[in-house]
Design a protein around this ligand. Structure first.
Ligand SMILES: Nc1ncnc2c1ncn2[C@@H]1O[C@H](COP(=O)(O)OP(=O)(O)OP(=O)(O)O)[C@@H](O)[C@H]1O
Length: 299
């Protein structure tokens, strides 16, 4: 560990369908796992405090599995995840402080929140799970502040999650993560399920929050246009392997790996009709944002 690295992943390997009986490696498709799938194959990656690392790659390249291992939701076959230089295991083996330090924001904000719970109850539950982060004094004021931080009116606190729009739900997911005062936010396709205009708002919010709260971020997306807007560094994954990694401007401006070039070409070829253009860091044609994302309307 280099001192300022908050998270360091070393030679991580995660596979599925190998260890039968392991709940963490249970096949989640239909029928039985046909064969071993090596989702993450010897990946090393660091995220420094205050840094946003974008993790890109096509569907199935292993991004989510790597993220889940960082959060502690997937158990590696080999390799290590270090947090502040200390080796950390899966969730059950992490200290409360280690669990609190790494929070995840998922792709589908609606399914990651209980639709019957009020926003106040959702945040209250986060504080109950991690009491050390719960406000010592006025909880209502702390809740108002949290909602204000994510750009929501205090009246939202009374609403059930099921009554909110997709964009509002994602703001609540972010507020729930922030409530426990994490140091790393792992965002897994956190804007992919949102309408393009809402995507831009949530991206701005995340960028603003990470600066104000001095957060590090691992931002996962298959959409280079989106990652370009937020990442300081970009890591490119293909078939479980990290093929390229570097400063965002370098990776996007002069990609070294053929696969990165093909991702860039695909992004530039997309129909940009409803996507706000993103300036090309190399000074060339603008890159579309949100072009390859699934899109749903907010409600
Ligand atoms: N629970 C699981 N059981 C078996 N195989 C899995 C499981 N989760 C992921 N995989 C496999 O691991 C590989 C990597 O999947 P992963 O979801 O990590 O990729 P990804 O890059 O995040 O893709 P996507 O963007 O589509 O989510 C894929 O081949 C996938 O089918």
């Amino acid at each position: 560990m280099t001192g300022q690295n908050l998270v360091e992943v070393r030679d991580l390997r995660v596979s599925f369908g190998r260890r039968t009986g392991s709940r963490l490696h249970r096949w989640t498709g239909t029928g039985t796992a046909p064969r071993e799938v090596v989702a993450v194959d010897g990946v090393s990656l660091t995220v420094a405090a205050d840094e946003t690392v974008g993790l890109v790659g096509e569907s199935g390249s292993g991004k989510t599995t790597l993220a889940r291992a960082v959060v502690g939701l997937a158990r590696p076959d080999a390799g290590t995840v270090l947090l502040d230089g200390d080796r950390v295991g899966p969730v059950g083996r992490r200290t409360a402080a280690q669990q609190r330090a790494v929070q995840m924001v998922f792709q589908d904000p609606r399914s990651s929140l209980n639709p019957r719970m009020s926003v106040a109850a959702i945040i209250g539950e986060a504080w109950r799970t991690h009491p050390v982060s719960a406000p010592a004094g006025d909880r209502a004021a702390a809740l108002r502040q949290l909602l204000d931080d994510v750009g929501l009116d205090e009246s939202v606190a009374r609403h059930r999650a099921g009554e909110l729009s997709g964009g509002q739900c994602q703001r609540i997911s972010i507020a729930r993560a922030l409530a426990v005062k994490p140091r790393l936010l792992v965002c897994d396709e956190a804007v992919s399920a949102l309408d393009v205009s809402v995507q831009a708002q949530i991206l701005r919010l995340l960028d603003d929050l990470r600066r104000r709260h001095h957060l590090a971020m691992l931002f996962i997306s298959h959409d280079l246009g989106v990652v370009h807007q937020i990442a300081d560094r970009i890591a490119v994954m293909r078939r479980g392997v990290l093929v390229e990694e570097g400063r965002a401007t370098d990776v996007l401006g002069s990609p070294r790996h053929e696969y990165t070039r093909s991702l860039l070409d695909a992004a530039l070829e997309l129909d940009t009709e409803d996507s706000p253009p993103v300036p090309d860091p190399a000074g060339g044609e603008p890159m579309p944002a949100g072009g390859t994302s699934e899109r749903t309307t907010e409600r």
